[in-house]
Design a protein around this ligand. Structure first.
Ligand SMILES: Nc1ncnc2c1ncn2[C@@H]1O[C@H](COP(=O)(O)OP(=O)(O)OP(=O)(O)O)[C@@H](O)[C@H]1O
Ligand SMILES: [Mg+2]
Length: 351
């Protein structure tokens, strides 16, 4: 009984916690002498990811998804806020602790065409992290590489080991990038739009590899995507961000079948739908043309939002509030809705 309880507690323990995380990019002055401007890529974002969870970070282009991923793997430093990995403040890591962190946390990048060096063979690409972290040598290293390649479906590995990136398809390239991340047996992986360059059937295979990795390796994954459909397929929970602000967060099914934020509803409206979708409600929360937005601290979605009330939404930023079990929304006017998207696969949302 004690063991069961501690296993349950373990499952509910966050492996990663973001606390009021902000990132500001300062753009340089141009040749014409105008002063640089600040881009607030993330604005006080907080969430927790639990062990073995696949957590989706969803939002349109420029919403700050990659920035969040880069902060988590410490490719960038936050302007404000904290990130904890298993209760340890990442900014405090130095020396061996930082090297261990670099081994335990990996990132799979959006574009395998850019993330793989065209002049390095598959064998050297996948074994490089082992060299950097001084893990195994000679044959032991090659065995680990072969094992990682098999786990991402590059089988038999010897058919691929001596190829270069240009001798691989896009899907194979992304598999190599995943094998490179997995060869270190990480605890936590940030997968940044790993399938945005791939077609739907190859994307589905890559999703299944990630699901398998979670099962086999007890992995926790932050899955970054612009597609709610992909997030629905893969994720346990979803956070929807817009211009660096958290809009809605909750269990994947709740957010997708019963979205509460007008922005999430606009994302649902925008999904291409195939098959027998029945009578799906169109939320219609997106304005045809952006309204004029007064400068201020209002909701960032206000200029595009049909349900917004000028006096309130253009001046105040609503707090995230819990509207049902673990389902949080930051909107003054969440629209009550019934579950409008049918269960099951009758209606297929393309990724
Ligand atoms: N190095 C940088 N310097 C200046 N601004 C940046 C930098 N990196 C990102 N930004 C800005 O920060 C914002 C968030 O960018 P980010 O790349 O995180 O978005 P994203 O959600 O990953 O978008 P996409 O879906 O297109 O990949 C954007 O406005 C972007 O222009
Ligand atoms: Mg990105």
């Amino acid at each position: 009984m004690m063991e069961f309880e501690s296993a349950m507690n373990d499952k509910k323990k966050p492996i990663l916690e973001l606390e009021n995380l902000s990132k500001v990019y300062r753009t340089k002055r141009s040749l014409f002498g105008d002063s640089g401007s600040d881009v607030i890529a993330l604005n006080r974002i907080s969430f927790k990811i639990f062990k073995r969870e696949i957590f989706g970070l969803v939002g349109e282009s420029g919403s700050g998804k990659t920035t969040a991923g880069r902060l988590i793997v410490r490719l960038e430093e936050p302007a404000e806020g904290k990130i904890y990995l298993e209760d340890v403040d990442l900014t405090s890591l130095k020396g061996k602790a930082l090297r261990d962190f670099r081994r335990r946390v990996q990132m799979i990048f959006q574009d395998p065409y850019q993330s793989l060096n065209p002049q390095i063979s598959v064998l050297n690409t996948v074994s490089e992290p082992l060299t950097v972290h001084k893990i195994g040598n000679g044959k032991a290293r090659q065995d680990l590489v072969r094992q990682a390649m098999k786990s991402v479906g590059l089988s038999p590995p010897d058919d691929y080991l001596h190829r270069y990136p240009h001798q691989l398809s896009g899907g194979q390239r992304q598999r190599v990038a995943i094998a490179r991340a997995m060869v270190l047996n990480p605890r936590f992986v940030v997968a940044d739009e790993p399938t945005s360059m791939l077609d739907a059937s190859i994307s589905a295979q890559i999703f299944n590899i990630l699901l398998e990795m979670r099962e086999k390796l007890d992995l926790t994954i932050l899955f970054i995507t612009h597609s709610l459909a992909a997030a629905r397929y893969l994720c346990d929970r979803i956070a929807v961000i817009y211009r660096g602000h958290m809009m809605e967060m909750g269990p994947a099914e709740a957010v997708i079948r019963n979205p509460k934020h007008p922005y999430t509803q606009a994302l649902i409206d925008a999904l291409p739908k195939f098959g027998d979708c029945g009578d799906i409600k169109h939320y219609g929360t997106l304005l045809r043309a952006d309204s004029e937005a007064p400068e201020g601290a209002g909701c960032p979605f206000y200029p595009r939002c049909k349900v917004a009330h000028r006096a309130k939404c253009s001046t105040g930023m609503p707090r995230l509030k819990e509207i049902s079990d673990s389902h949080l929304v930051a909107c003054y006017y969440t629209i009550p809705g019934d579950e409008t998207i049918p269960e099951g696969d009758a209606c297929f949302y393309a990724t």
